[in-house]
Design a binder for this molecule. Sequence first.
Ligand code: NDP
Length: 305
Amino acid sequence: MGDKMACKPTAERLLNQARQDTEALKAKGIHPHLAVVLVGENPASQVYVSNKVKTCGELGIASTFEKLPADTTTEALLALIQKLNGDDGVHGILVQLPLPEQIDESAIISAIDPDKDVDGFHPVNVGRLSLGEPGLFPCTPMGVIELLKDSIDVLKGKHAVVVGRSNIVGKPMAQLLLKEHCTVTIMHSRTQNPADVCGQADIIIAAVGVPGLVSGDWVKEGAVVVDVGINELTKEADVTRFCKEGSRKMKAFRKKGRILYGDVFYDEALEKAALVTPVPGGVGKLTIAHLMVNCVTAAKRKADV
Ligand code: NDP
Protein backbone atom coordinates (compact mmCIF):
# COMPACT_ATOMS: atom_id res chain seq x y z
CA MET A 1 0.00 0.00 0.00
CA GLY A 2 1.50 3.31 -1.07
CA ASP A 3 1.09 6.91 0.04
CA LYS A 4 -0.60 9.98 -1.32
CA MET A 5 2.08 12.05 -3.09
CA ALA A 6 1.78 15.59 -1.80
CA CYS A 7 2.22 18.25 -4.46
CA LYS A 8 1.74 21.21 -2.13
CA PRO A 9 5.34 21.43 -0.77
CA THR A 10 6.77 21.57 -4.30
CA ALA A 11 4.14 24.12 -5.36
CA GLU A 12 4.95 26.26 -2.29
CA ARG A 13 8.67 26.04 -3.04
CA LEU A 14 8.06 27.27 -6.61
CA LEU A 15 5.78 30.07 -5.42
CA ASN A 16 8.35 31.17 -2.82
CA GLN A 17 11.04 31.18 -5.48
CA ALA A 18 8.83 33.35 -7.73
CA ARG A 19 8.02 35.68 -4.81
CA GLN A 20 11.69 36.15 -3.86
CA ASP A 21 12.76 36.67 -7.47
CA THR A 22 9.97 39.23 -7.92
CA GLU A 23 11.16 41.15 -4.85
CA ALA A 24 14.76 41.08 -6.13
CA LEU A 25 13.65 42.35 -9.55
CA LYS A 26 11.53 45.11 -8.00
CA ALA A 27 14.57 46.24 -5.98
CA LYS A 28 16.26 46.77 -9.36
CA GLY A 29 13.28 48.74 -10.68
CA ILE A 30 11.80 45.88 -12.74
CA HIS A 31 8.20 44.86 -12.01
CA PRO A 32 7.33 41.43 -13.51
CA HIS A 33 4.03 41.74 -15.36
CA LEU A 34 1.75 39.03 -16.77
CA ALA A 35 -0.96 39.84 -19.35
CA VAL A 36 -3.78 37.27 -19.33
CA VAL A 37 -6.17 37.18 -22.29
CA LEU A 38 -9.58 35.48 -22.12
CA VAL A 39 -11.90 35.26 -25.13
CA GLY A 40 -15.53 34.37 -24.42
CA GLU A 41 -17.38 33.07 -21.39
CA ASN A 42 -16.16 29.46 -20.90
CA PRO A 43 -16.85 28.90 -17.16
CA ALA A 44 -13.80 26.68 -16.53
CA SER A 45 -11.55 29.17 -18.33
CA GLN A 46 -12.95 32.03 -16.23
CA VAL A 47 -12.01 30.14 -13.05
CA TYR A 48 -8.49 29.32 -14.35
CA VAL A 49 -7.89 32.93 -15.41
CA SER A 50 -9.08 34.42 -12.14
CA ASN A 51 -6.83 32.00 -10.18
CA LYS A 52 -3.84 33.05 -12.26
CA VAL A 53 -4.53 36.77 -11.77
CA LYS A 54 -5.10 36.20 -8.03
CA THR A 55 -1.83 34.27 -7.63
CA CYS A 56 0.07 37.08 -9.41
CA GLY A 57 -1.35 39.51 -6.83
CA GLU A 58 -0.29 37.27 -3.93
CA LEU A 59 3.31 37.19 -5.19
CA GLY A 60 3.59 40.88 -6.06
CA ILE A 61 3.60 40.20 -9.82
CA ALA A 62 1.65 42.81 -11.80
CA SER A 63 -1.13 41.52 -14.02
CA THR A 64 -3.40 42.82 -16.74
CA PHE A 65 -6.61 41.00 -17.58
CA GLU A 66 -7.84 41.46 -21.16
CA LYS A 67 -11.36 40.08 -21.62
CA LEU A 68 -12.66 39.89 -25.20
CA PRO A 69 -16.15 38.92 -26.46
CA ALA A 70 -16.85 35.37 -27.71
CA ASP A 71 -17.22 36.59 -31.33
CA THR A 72 -13.71 38.10 -31.43
CA THR A 73 -11.94 37.47 -34.77
CA THR A 74 -8.45 36.06 -35.26
CA GLU A 75 -7.38 39.47 -36.62
CA ALA A 76 -8.63 41.34 -33.56
CA LEU A 77 -6.85 38.94 -31.21
CA LEU A 78 -3.66 39.14 -33.30
CA ALA A 79 -3.80 42.94 -33.00
CA LEU A 80 -3.98 42.66 -29.19
CA ILE A 81 -1.06 40.19 -29.15
CA GLN A 82 1.03 42.58 -31.26
CA LYS A 83 0.25 45.40 -28.82
CA LEU A 84 1.30 43.25 -25.84
CA ASN A 85 4.43 42.02 -27.68
CA GLY A 86 5.45 45.65 -28.20
CA ASP A 87 4.78 46.71 -24.60
CA ASP A 88 8.13 46.71 -22.78
CA GLY A 89 6.35 46.67 -19.42
CA VAL A 90 4.70 43.28 -20.17
CA HIS A 91 6.97 40.26 -19.57
CA GLY A 92 4.53 37.37 -20.01
CA ILE A 93 1.52 36.84 -22.28
CA LEU A 94 -0.96 34.04 -21.65
CA VAL A 95 -3.91 33.43 -23.98
CA GLN A 96 -6.31 31.11 -22.18
CA LEU A 97 -7.16 28.03 -24.25
CA PRO A 98 -9.39 26.71 -25.71
CA LEU A 99 -10.27 29.63 -27.98
CA PRO A 100 -13.67 29.94 -29.71
CA GLU A 101 -13.91 27.91 -32.95
CA GLN A 102 -13.64 30.87 -35.35
CA ILE A 103 -10.18 31.78 -34.04
CA ASP A 104 -7.06 30.23 -35.59
CA GLU A 105 -5.42 28.94 -32.40
CA SER A 106 -2.08 28.06 -33.93
CA ALA A 107 -1.80 31.52 -35.58
CA ILE A 108 -2.37 33.09 -32.16
CA ILE A 109 0.18 30.89 -30.38
CA SER A 110 2.75 31.58 -33.12
CA ALA A 111 2.14 35.36 -32.89
CA ILE A 112 3.18 35.61 -29.23
CA ASP A 113 6.77 36.77 -28.73
CA PRO A 114 8.53 33.47 -27.77
CA ASP A 115 10.35 35.29 -24.95
CA LYS A 116 6.96 36.31 -23.45
CA ASP A 117 5.33 32.92 -24.14
CA VAL A 118 4.83 31.85 -20.51
CA ASP A 119 2.71 28.83 -21.55
CA GLY A 120 5.65 27.52 -23.59
CA PHE A 121 3.48 26.55 -26.57
CA HIS A 122 5.20 28.67 -29.27
CA PRO A 123 6.97 26.55 -31.95
CA VAL A 124 10.27 28.28 -31.09
CA ASN A 125 10.00 27.17 -27.46
CA VAL A 126 8.95 23.65 -28.56
CA GLY A 127 12.15 23.58 -30.65
CA ARG A 128 14.28 24.96 -27.82
CA LEU A 129 12.98 22.23 -25.50
CA SER A 130 13.70 19.55 -28.05
CA LEU A 131 17.24 20.92 -28.64
CA GLY A 132 17.97 21.28 -24.92
CA GLU A 133 18.32 25.08 -25.21
CA PRO A 134 17.03 27.59 -22.64
CA GLY A 135 13.45 28.74 -23.26
CA LEU A 136 10.01 28.90 -21.67
CA PHE A 137 8.45 25.45 -21.36
CA PRO A 138 4.90 24.20 -20.60
CA CYS A 139 3.92 24.73 -16.96
CA THR A 140 2.29 21.37 -16.17
CA PRO A 141 5.22 19.16 -17.25
CA MET A 142 7.73 21.62 -15.73
CA GLY A 143 5.83 21.44 -12.42
CA VAL A 144 5.74 17.64 -12.58
CA ILE A 145 9.52 17.46 -13.12
CA GLU A 146 10.03 19.63 -10.03
CA LEU A 147 7.71 17.30 -8.07
CA LEU A 148 9.67 14.24 -9.21
CA LYS A 149 13.00 15.86 -8.33
CA ASP A 150 11.65 16.61 -4.85
CA SER A 151 10.25 13.08 -4.39
CA ILE A 152 12.70 10.66 -6.02
CA ASP A 153 16.38 10.47 -5.04
CA VAL A 154 17.71 9.65 -8.50
CA LEU A 155 15.72 10.17 -11.69
CA LYS A 156 18.61 9.15 -13.95
CA GLY A 157 18.05 5.73 -15.53
CA LYS A 158 14.47 5.31 -14.32
CA HIS A 159 11.93 4.01 -16.83
CA ALA A 160 9.23 6.65 -17.20
CA VAL A 161 6.03 5.93 -19.12
CA VAL A 162 4.02 8.96 -20.26
CA VAL A 163 0.41 8.05 -21.10
CA GLY A 164 -0.79 10.66 -23.63
CA ARG A 165 1.05 12.55 -26.39
CA SER A 166 -0.55 15.99 -26.45
CA ASN A 167 1.51 19.06 -27.32
CA ILE A 168 0.76 20.69 -23.97
CA VAL A 169 1.47 17.78 -21.60
CA GLY A 170 2.54 14.40 -23.02
CA LYS A 171 5.22 15.43 -25.53
CA PRO A 172 6.94 18.13 -23.44
CA MET A 173 6.75 15.80 -20.42
CA ALA A 174 8.63 13.14 -22.37
CA GLN A 175 11.28 15.69 -23.48
CA LEU A 176 11.81 16.89 -19.91
CA LEU A 177 12.13 13.32 -18.60
CA LEU A 178 14.70 12.60 -21.32
CA LYS A 179 16.63 15.68 -20.19
CA GLU A 180 16.72 14.08 -16.71
CA HIS A 181 18.20 10.93 -18.31
CA CYS A 182 15.11 8.78 -17.82
CA THR A 183 14.35 6.01 -20.30
CA VAL A 184 11.08 7.25 -21.77
CA THR A 185 8.14 5.43 -23.36
CA ILE A 186 5.16 7.38 -24.70
CA MET A 187 1.78 5.62 -24.84
CA HIS A 188 -1.25 6.80 -26.80
CA SER A 189 -4.65 5.61 -27.98
CA ARG A 190 -3.15 3.12 -30.45
CA THR A 191 -0.62 1.54 -28.06
CA GLN A 192 -0.94 -2.26 -28.00
CA ASN A 193 -1.03 -4.19 -24.68
CA PRO A 194 -1.18 -1.02 -22.55
CA ALA A 195 -1.07 -2.86 -19.22
CA ASP A 196 2.14 -4.65 -20.24
CA VAL A 197 3.80 -1.46 -21.53
CA CYS A 198 2.78 0.72 -18.58
CA GLY A 199 3.48 -2.12 -16.15
CA GLN A 200 7.23 -1.74 -16.83
CA ALA A 201 7.34 1.83 -15.55
CA ASP A 202 9.19 3.06 -12.48
CA ILE A 203 7.40 6.39 -13.05
CA ILE A 204 3.97 6.78 -14.68
CA ILE A 205 2.68 10.16 -15.86
CA ALA A 206 -0.99 9.93 -16.87
CA ALA A 207 -2.26 12.79 -19.10
CA VAL A 208 -5.12 11.32 -21.07
CA GLY A 209 -8.52 12.75 -20.14
CA VAL A 210 -10.07 9.29 -19.57
CA PRO A 211 -11.20 8.80 -15.95
CA GLY A 212 -9.48 5.94 -14.12
CA LEU A 213 -7.79 4.58 -17.28
CA VAL A 214 -4.59 3.63 -15.43
CA SER A 215 -5.92 0.72 -13.37
CA GLY A 216 -4.05 -1.37 -10.81
CA ASP A 217 -2.87 -3.91 -13.39
CA TRP A 218 -1.05 -1.11 -15.27
CA VAL A 219 1.06 -0.28 -12.20
CA LYS A 220 4.31 -2.03 -11.17
CA GLU A 221 4.90 -2.63 -7.45
CA GLY A 222 6.64 0.43 -5.97
CA ALA A 223 6.07 2.73 -8.96
CA VAL A 224 5.57 6.49 -8.62
CA VAL A 225 2.34 7.62 -10.29
CA VAL A 226 1.60 11.22 -11.27
CA ASP A 227 -1.99 11.88 -12.33
CA VAL A 228 -2.36 14.96 -14.54
CA GLY A 229 -5.94 14.18 -15.62
CA ILE A 230 -8.89 16.26 -14.47
CA ASN A 231 -12.24 14.72 -15.39
CA GLU A 232 -15.68 15.64 -14.13
CA LEU A 233 -17.82 12.64 -13.13
CA THR A 234 -21.55 13.28 -12.94
CA LYS A 235 -22.97 9.74 -13.41
CA GLU A 236 -23.46 7.55 -10.37
CA ALA A 237 -22.32 4.44 -12.28
CA ASP A 238 -18.94 6.09 -13.03
CA VAL A 239 -18.46 7.25 -9.47
CA THR A 240 -19.37 3.87 -7.91
CA ARG A 241 -16.85 2.21 -10.24
CA PHE A 242 -13.97 4.20 -8.75
CA CYS A 243 -15.06 5.24 -5.26
CA LYS A 244 -16.12 3.10 -2.31
CA GLU A 245 -19.45 3.74 -0.57
CA GLY A 246 -18.79 5.95 2.46
CA SER A 247 -15.51 7.34 1.05
CA ARG A 248 -14.89 11.10 1.09
CA LYS A 249 -15.28 11.30 -2.69
CA MET A 250 -18.57 9.37 -2.63
CA LYS A 251 -19.91 11.66 0.09
CA ALA A 252 -18.90 14.68 -2.00
CA PHE A 253 -20.70 13.20 -5.02
CA ARG A 254 -23.88 12.59 -3.01
CA LYS A 255 -23.79 16.21 -1.87
CA LYS A 256 -22.86 18.01 -5.10
CA GLY A 257 -23.82 15.55 -7.86
CA ARG A 258 -20.34 15.83 -9.35
CA ILE A 259 -16.73 15.13 -8.48
CA LEU A 260 -13.38 15.61 -10.15
CA TYR A 261 -11.48 12.41 -10.85
CA GLY A 262 -8.11 11.77 -12.46
CA ASP A 263 -6.87 9.45 -15.21
CA VAL A 264 -5.63 6.97 -12.59
CA PHE A 265 -7.87 4.48 -10.76
CA TYR A 266 -6.64 5.90 -7.46
CA ASP A 267 -7.57 3.16 -4.98
CA GLU A 268 -6.24 0.37 -7.21
CA ALA A 269 -3.04 2.23 -8.07
CA LEU A 270 -2.37 2.95 -4.40
CA GLU A 271 -2.44 -0.80 -3.66
CA LYS A 272 0.64 -1.30 -5.85
CA ALA A 273 2.44 2.04 -6.17
CA ALA A 274 4.78 3.71 -3.70
CA LEU A 275 3.26 7.15 -4.36
CA VAL A 276 0.22 8.45 -6.25
CA THR A 277 -0.78 12.10 -6.68
CA PRO A 278 -4.39 12.94 -5.75
CA VAL A 279 -7.02 14.64 -7.94
CA PRO A 280 -8.05 17.32 -7.14
CA GLY A 281 -5.37 18.94 -5.01
CA GLY A 282 -2.45 17.49 -6.95
CA VAL A 283 -0.75 18.54 -10.18
CA GLY A 284 -3.05 21.55 -10.71
CA LYS A 285 -1.23 23.42 -7.93
CA LEU A 286 2.11 22.80 -9.68
CA THR A 287 0.85 24.15 -13.00
CA ILE A 288 -0.10 27.56 -11.66
CA ALA A 289 3.05 27.76 -9.50
CA HIS A 290 5.24 27.11 -12.52
CA LEU A 291 3.35 29.72 -14.53
CA MET A 292 4.52 32.26 -11.96
CA VAL A 293 8.11 30.95 -12.25
CA ASN A 294 7.91 31.26 -16.05
CA CYS A 295 6.67 34.85 -15.79
CA VAL A 296 9.52 35.85 -13.47
CA THR A 297 12.02 33.96 -15.64
CA ALA A 298 10.83 35.96 -18.67
CA ALA A 299 11.28 39.23 -16.74
CA LYS A 300 14.77 38.23 -15.53
CA ARG A 301 15.91 37.28 -19.03
CA LYS A 302 14.58 40.52 -20.52
CA ALA A 303 16.47 42.51 -17.89
CA ASP A 304 19.49 40.21 -18.35
CA VAL A 305 19.81 39.56 -14.59
P1 NDP B 1 -5.50 15.68 -25.04
O1 NDP B 1 -6.92 15.31 -25.28
O2 NDP B 1 -4.89 16.78 -25.85
O3 NDP B 1 -4.58 14.38 -25.24
C1 NDP B 1 -4.94 13.18 -24.68
C2 NDP B 1 -3.93 12.11 -25.06
O4 NDP B 1 -4.33 10.89 -24.45
C3 NDP B 1 -3.82 11.85 -26.55
O5 NDP B 1 -2.46 11.81 -26.93
C4 NDP B 1 -4.49 10.50 -26.74
O6 NDP B 1 -3.89 9.69 -27.72
C5 NDP B 1 -4.24 9.85 -25.40
N1 NDP B 1 -5.23 8.81 -25.14
C6 NDP B 1 -6.57 8.88 -25.26
N2 NDP B 1 -7.14 7.68 -24.93
C7 NDP B 1 -6.12 6.86 -24.61
C8 NDP B 1 -6.04 5.51 -24.21
N3 NDP B 1 -7.13 4.76 -24.06
N4 NDP B 1 -4.82 5.00 -23.94
C9 NDP B 1 -3.71 5.73 -24.07
N5 NDP B 1 -3.71 7.03 -24.45
C10 NDP B 1 -4.90 7.57 -24.73
O7 NDP B 1 -5.38 15.97 -23.48
P2 NDP B 1 -4.36 16.89 -22.62
O8 NDP B 1 -2.98 16.33 -22.72
O9 NDP B 1 -4.58 18.30 -22.94
O10 NDP B 1 -4.93 16.65 -21.16
C11 NDP B 1 -4.94 15.37 -20.57
C12 NDP B 1 -5.63 15.45 -19.23
O11 NDP B 1 -4.88 16.30 -18.37
C13 NDP B 1 -7.04 16.06 -19.25
O12 NDP B 1 -7.82 15.41 -18.29
C14 NDP B 1 -6.81 17.50 -18.88
O13 NDP B 1 -7.95 18.08 -18.28
C15 NDP B 1 -5.69 17.36 -17.88
N6 NDP B 1 -4.84 18.54 -17.72
C16 NDP B 1 -4.57 18.92 -16.43
C17 NDP B 1 -3.72 19.97 -16.19
C18 NDP B 1 -3.40 20.33 -14.77
O14 NDP B 1 -2.94 21.42 -14.52
N7 NDP B 1 -3.62 19.41 -13.83
C19 NDP B 1 -3.15 20.76 -17.30
C20 NDP B 1 -3.44 20.24 -18.60
C21 NDP B 1 -4.26 19.16 -18.79
P3 NDP B 1 -3.95 10.00 -29.30
O15 NDP B 1 -2.91 11.07 -29.52
O16 NDP B 1 -3.59 8.70 -29.92
O17 NDP B 1 -5.34 10.48 -29.60
